[in-house]
Design a binder for this molecule. Structure first.
Ligand code: NDP
Length: 598
């Protein structure tokens, strides 16, 4: 993939128009409501195929310092950090049967993390673990989650296959009273919540989906009993099967090559192509890994987040992400000092982004021999309208005789008993794999699967019906002693565990202060919350033109940027490094600005 391509003003204008046309072709008036989130007749799509019935256990009645809801990276990092700080009276709940969160649910063949493992896997210096490759398999990440559980002694604190059934603030006791579906009853001084973002299947709202008589499942509930094989592929059960795949996002990119290598035929139903950059994976050099100086992981992580936050720094890491962000930084620098303004920088970055995507589109032609197929695989929208993809395997797979690409940008007519119908033509299938993403566009409480009753009976589902209202993402007025982790109104990073660790460090600082000083209640003030909402509104306003020009996806509420009910929709675009520095200074000041501590 050549590194440079300068485009003329005319070409830039053509691209702008093309992006607009492609967006309009895909806009659906239903936005996020076009999907089903494994509900009603489709509820079974969310069943756990990896675990049997939960083992019997006694219901617990416990008084806790902290209740951690969610055992993915957020819960693991919280648990590990608590242990390191001498906070031991905590529990971790998860509906899954093990730690891992996203990496518990997603076990599909070909799964890898698209962020470099050296920064993605937390605590590498403490565990001494060397990732086998630069971008490791999902199975290795899941095993690493289990290793963290063992290393930080978290298994005896974990309650798996356990769901929150009710949660209410008791003002007199200054405790959260939390009940579970296993009959447990906890009185917790503090609660952290991190409901998984890539866990709950999102299903296409295509008529007839419940009628399909072949085999059908979502990528995050992979049915190896049917397909055979493992996460490494070799899906022997598909050798005599005609398989359809819907969804060509980050997941589809990894699944489709594996299906193509094993199935008799694969039909890919593509609504929007992903921009596919170079992956360039490889094994870890043990000598290099051994030579890394103390503190290397934090430094590497920080330089990557700084670069993606638009800072002109040396980045220890050089990959597709870093090269894209470097381009953006260089574009900003190209604006003469006397002309520097948000608008001028935005324009320079828009052109740099067009140039970058011209290179990505040229890569399709380099890899796909049939021009008609190559044309369909070219992405026409700006980087970061959707999650960019990286693969060296995906594009060439379309040169195989057993792979067909069907453009469904105009929509699928219906799913019949025997296949998928597009423009009146039925594609007969034995199996349909849905790589159609995750529930990300609904409200916080819908995604969490439980409601929270705060002070005076106020419900979080009501307070956040039109989107999150928080102070720094972590706190919400009327809901004391609870920390909302995840993609809340916070500084978001490409490497999610980095963001989660910043949140964990911040909330641990506050919890420790309370445990050591006997304070009972921490709550954000109304004023601080309102002030933070103003900051967010201002940031969102700046981002709005970009979002409104984007092709539909979960980053812009499926093309309805005004729909801000979800955590992502009501989020903010605060450069992560600036946000983390703000928190660092806040902790250093030590006056707990914006919080009431009683
Ligand atoms: P996405 O939400 O990104 O993609 C869903 C796909 O399903 C899209 O191609 C979408 O098309 C398609 N789709 C939805 N409805 C229909 C329909 N009715 N007809 C046809 N196609 C349809 O989900 P993914 O699982 O791919 O990825 C979700 C996120 O998970 C990523 O953005 C990433 O953050 C994370 N991820 C990370 C990985 C990693 O390596 N770290 C790997 C995999 C996922 P359209 O684009 O038109 O909406």
């Amino acid at each position: 993939m050549s590194d440079n391509r300068n485009i003329s003003q005319d070409r830039a204008e053509e691209i702008r128009k093309k992006y607009q046309q492609e967006r309009e072709r895909r806009l659906k008036k239903e936005g996020t409501d076009q999907y089903n989130f494994a509900e009603g007749a489709l509820e079974h799509f969310a069943d756990d195929p990896y675990a049997g019935e939960p083992p019997a256990r006694e219901a617990l009645v416990e008084d806790l310092d902290v209740l951690v809801i969610g055992g993915g990276f957020g819960g693991l990092q919280a648990g590990a950090t608590f242990r390191k700080n001498g906070i031991d009276n905590f529990r971790i709940l998860d509906i899954a049967a093990d730690f891992g969160g996203t990496w518990y649910w997603n076990r599909y063949p070909g799964l890898r993390c698209d962020v470099e493992s050296y920064i993605y896997l937390p605590f590498l210096e403490e565990t001494g673990y060397m990732p086998t490759e630069r971008y490791v398999r999902g199975s290795e990440i899941f095993a690493y989650c289990q290793l963290l559980g063992r290393q930080f002694d978290l298994y005896d604190r974990a309650l798996f296959q356990t769901k929150v059934a009710g949660m209410e603030w008791n003002e007199g006791k200054a405790r959260w009273i939390v009940q579970t579906d296993r009959g447990d009853r906890f009185a917790a001084r503090f609660v952290t919540t991190q409901s998984g973002i890539f866990s709950r299947p999102q299903l296409p709202g295509i008529p007839g989906i419940a009628d399909f008589k072949g085999h059908i499942f979502h990528s995050a509930r992979w049915d190896y009993d049917y397909t055979g094989g493992t996460t490494e592929g070799n899906l022997t059960g598909l050798a005599d099967k005609d398989v359809g795949v819907m969804g060509t996002g980050a997941t589809g990119l990894q699944v489709i090559p594996q299906l193509a290598k094993s199935a008799r035929s694969v039909t890919v139903f593509q609504r929007t192509p992903t921009a596919v950059g170079v992956r360039d994976n490889g094994p870890t050099d043990p000598e290099w890994f051994k030579s890394l100086p103390k503190g290397w992981q934090k430094a590497r992580e920080k330089s990557f987040t700084d670069l993606s936050s638009g800072r002109d720094v040396e980045c220890d890491l050089d990959d597709g992400w870093a090269r894209f962000f470097r381009r953006m930084v260089e574009a900003a620098k190209s604006v003469p000092a006397e002309e520097q303004s948000a608008e001028a920088i935005g324009e320079a970055q828009e052109i740099a982004d067009y140039e970058y995507n011209e290179i990505v589109r040229a890569r399709v032609e380099e890899n796909v021999s049939a021009p008609e197929t190559a044309a369909k695989l070219k992405a026409y929208y700006r980087t970061l309208c959707k999650r960019p993809g990286f693969s060296d395997e995906y594009l060439p797979i379309f040169n195989r005789d057993n792979v067909e690409l069907v453009d469904v940008s105009g929509g699928v007519d219906r799913i019949s008993e025997s296949g998928v119908v597009v423009d009146g033509k039925e594609y007969t299938l034995d199996c349909l794999v849905l790589c159609t993403g995750f529930e990300l566009g609904t409200t916080w409480s819908h995604q969490a699967g439980y409601d929270i009753k705060g002070r005076n009976g106020a419900l979080i589902s009501e307070k956040w019906a039109q989107g999150l209202v928080t102070y720094h993402g972590l706190f919400s007025h009327g809901f004391p002693n609870i920390f909302f982790m995840g993609l809340t109104q916070t500084g978001t990073t490409i490497s999610v565990p980095h963001m989660l660790q910043e949140q964990v460090d911040h909330l641990t600082f506050i919890i420790l202060h309370c445990l050591q000083n006997g304070c009972k209640m921490v709550e954000t003030t109304k004023e601080a919350e309102a002030g933070w909402q103003d900051v967010i509104a201002e940031k969102n306003e700046l981002r709005r033109p970009f979002q409104e020009a984007c092709t539909p996806g979960y980053f812009n509420a499926e093309g309805k940027a005004e729909d801000r009910r979800s955590a992502i929709g009501s989020g903010m675009y605060f450069p992560a490094s600036d946000f983390f520095e703000m928190w660092e200074n806040w902790r250093r000041d030590g006056n707990f600005a914006g919080l009431t501590i009683s």
